[in-house]
Design a protein around this ligand. Sequence first.
Ligand code: HEM
Length: 467
Amino acid sequence: MITSATNTLPGPRARFPGHLMFAFRSDPLGFLIRIAAKFGDRSAFGIGRMRFVLLNDPDLIREVIVAKADQFQKSPALRQARVSIGDGLLTSEGDFHKRQRKLSQPAFHPSRVAGYSAAMVRRSRQMAVAWRDGERIDLHEQMMKLTLRVVTETLFSASIEDEIDQIGQAMDVIVRMFSRARNPLAPILNRLPLPSNRRFVRAQADVRRTVEHFVLQNRMAGVDRGDLLSTLVRARDTGGETAVMSDDPGGAQDAASAQAMSDIQLRDEIVTLFIAGHETTANALTFALWLLSQNEDAAAKLYSEIDAAGAGRDLLSADLDHLPFTRAVVAEAMRLYPPAWVLMRQAKEDVRLGSDSVRVPKMGIVIMSQWITHRDPRWWPEPETFKPERWLDDTAKQNRPKYAYFPFGGGPRSCIGEAFAWTEAVLIIATLLRDWRLEAESPKPLRLTPTITLRPKDPVWMRLRRR
Ligand code: HEM
């Protein structure tokens, strides 16, 4: 019988009650880095009655999130987040998650994502046209607005300009509540008559009303508008492959006999896509553009690539093939500043990993941090240096273990929006920087806030210069 991972693995011990909890909460990045540096790839520690295992071995990470994914569930904090975002893909578990994932998958099929690219480019052009030479912007704020507009438009189609700001504000309130799930006192705080709780209830009602309105409109229109919502509304679980209802009436009848998502499931999935799909990408874009502002050579290479791609017209998804350096810039930015900086999994049973060298007790929590693994010198020579070129070197890529890089996780709970995010980030950078150069005004290095996502702590001030 496995009793405790802390019996077998090295790790820090609390010097006083609450010591490790305090250290973890006050500086999570520093806390995990110090443990990995001192105790190696596999370590363990306890906080109260909770047992934690920290892994920095790409093969063991693969084992947890891919090979033995069924033996784990999401962390208690993420499960607690159901209170704020409902039972969507991010928070659901087991067979329910599998079914929802299957139903949602067609909305992220490459042909669909290619269809969303027009909205991504249109929204970026709109921002590029509104910018003024010499103006000072908070880059992070601008990227949050841009990705919110993109996700809103790709979810619901183009006709909702009036509602975008209102939805944005309500979503912001919900995201704050989502972050509260990390607080061990969240279940108590959620029940108190706090202004934040009242704001949350209002925001949740606003978002639900808006989403329900769009679902109804979409059902009444009865046509596939090419947006995410259309695919989700029309997805049917036939028990085998998921079908998406076609506009052909015969096909519709067949598919209608299969099981679709209820309005409540649709609503929870849509709120989840909003939450999961906009801040992460905004953070990746902010870090990539900030890194470019600090690296003239990389910026010069990027300009020559984007000036040549699709010259004289708006970029299309087909142009992505001609933007390998821009993609490398995004990849390298997510290596150094992974928007999802940590994955956690709780063991549903006692689990043995790495041919029995690591034992995770039932209810033990495995921590895997992109922040640590992405800066490991064994896989990343000069790990602290921004070098997009490393992504164009196929030999180096082949020599690295797959899970030395996992910005989108992996296995059955991997990011469903990965292709969406790559397309969006590359097209946004290429479209904005066709006309603009961004000069950083923030002091370096960036200060970071690692909450649910890794985001800049302060505004990221940039001076706009027309190219
Ligand atoms: C740079 C941008 C993004 C990053 C770094 C990112 C990262 C991640 C990661 C690491 C996970 C796995 C979490 C875990 O295993 O615990 C995840 C899950 C998820 N992401 Fe993303 N994501 C990004 C963009 C998006 C976008 C654009 C969407 C949707 C439009 C999206 C929707 C989701 C959803 C729904 C899940 C849950 C999937 C499931 O459990 O089945 N993400 N994301």
